[in-house]
Design a protein around this ligand. Structure first.
Ligand SMILES: [Zn+2]
Length: 58
């Protein structure tokens, strides 16, 4: 099931949106984006649950 994520859905003032074939692939993209765009070398657990909860079907 394809999934999508948008930074604005977790309250970030950021226009980044992405879709992927499944949750694992989407998480990998979100982690990469968090690192490069938001300087989050590690995504903490609270943020990670927010991210996962915000995933929508694409
Ligand atoms: Zn972002």
């Amino acid at each position: 099931m394809a999934k999508k994520f948008a930074c604005k859905n977790i309250g970030l003032a950021c226009a980044f949106e992405t879709t992927a074939e499944n949750e694992e692939a989407l998480l990998a993209q979100v982690r990469e984006h968090a690192k490069t765009a938001h300087n989050m070398e590690q995504v903490d657990e609270v943020t990670m649950s927010k991210i996962k909860a915000s995933f929508q079907e694409a």
